[in-house]
Design a protein around this ligand. Structure first.
Ligand code: MG
Ligand code: ZN
Length: 223
C-alpha cells in the first residue's frame, strides 16, 4: 500500500513540473515532442533525418535521454544543432525535472522544435509527462505488429504514431492493416505514418505534417 502511495506522489509531482515546462515551451513558441520507442526502433535515425529535412526552415534543439553514454547525442550534435545529453544512470525513463534542468542550456527564443528522445522503453515513459505538446511513438516493423495491442497505454497517449523501417516490411512478419487497426482501436486521433528514415520512403508526409504543426502553433500564438 505504501509503495502505491509513493508512486502516486512521484507522478503528482512530475505532473506539476511538466505543467511548468509546458508553460515555458508555450511562452517561447516551442513545439516540444517526446519520442518514445523500444531500443533499436530507430528513434535517433528518425530524428537525424527529420532535423536534416527541416533544418533550413526550422530551428531544432534536442534533449537526448540514455541510461549511459552520449553516442546518440554526438550523432545529433554533428548536424550543428544544440543537444543536451541526460544520463539516467540506470533509470528507465525521463521525468519532467530532468527535462527542466536540460533545457536551461538552450536559447529558447531560437528554438522552434524541441525533440526529446526518451530512454528506449515502451512501458514507463508512458506514465511521465515531460511537458511535451505530444508524444511520438515509434514502432519498427521488425518488432512485430502485436505491440500496439500489448502496450496499449503508450499508443493511447500518442499524438503521432510512426511505423518505422518500413523498407524491411517484406523481410519480417508485420501486418500493417492489423497494426493500424489496433492503434485505431486504442487511439482514434493520432495520425499513423509509415516510413523508412534509411531510404527516405514516407519521410515527406511526416515532415510536412510536422512543419504544419509548428505553423499552426505559431498561428495560434499570433491570433
Ligand atoms: Mg537513440
Ligand atoms: Zn522507467
Amino acid at each position: 500500500m505504501t509503495e502505491i502511495k509513493i508512486l502516486k506522489n512521484i507522478l503528482d509531482e512530475n505532473r506539476h513540473r511538466a505543467d511548468d515546462n509546458r508553460q515555458v515551451f508555450n511562452k517561447h513558441g516551442i513545439l516540444a515532442l517526446n519520442f518514445i520507442a523500444s531500443p533499436g526502433a530507430g528513434k535517433t535515425t528518425l530524428l537525424e533525418k527529420t532535423i536534416f529535412g527541416l533544418k533550413d526552415r526550422l530551428n531544432f534543439a534536442v534533449i537526448e535521454g540514455d541510461i549511459t553514454g552520449d553516442y546518440d547525442a554526438r550523432r545529433l550534435a554533428a548536424l550543428g544543432i544544440p543537444v543536451v545529453q541526460i544520463n539516467t544512470e540506470g533509470g528507465c525513463h525521463l521525468d519532467a525535472g530532468m527535462v527542466h534542468r536540460a533545457y536551461q542550456d538552450f536559447r529558447l527564443d531560437k528554438v522552434d522544435i524541441l525533440a526529446v528522445e526518451n530512454v528506449g522503453n515502451l512501458v514507463c515513459p508512458a506514465e511521465f509527462d515531460l511537458g511535451e505538446a505530444f508524444k511520438v511513438v515509434v514502432l519498427s516493423v521488425p518488432e512485430g505488429d502485436d505491440k500496439p495491442a500489448k502496450y496499449p497505454l503508450i499508443f493511447s497517449e500518442a499524438g503521432a504514431v510512426i511505423f518505422s523501417k518500413i523498407d524491411l516490411l517484406k523481410a519480417v512478419n508485420f501486418g500493417l492493416d492489423k497494426a493500424r487497426a489496433d492503434v485505431r482501436r486504442i487511439n482514434r486521433e493520432a495520425p499513423i505514418f509509415e516510413l523508412s528514415a534509411a531510404t527516405g520512403q514516407g519521410m515527406g508526409e511526416w515532415l510536412e505534417w510536422l512543419s504544419g504543426k509548428v505553423e499552426s502553433m505559431k498561428g495560434d500564438e499570433a491570433g
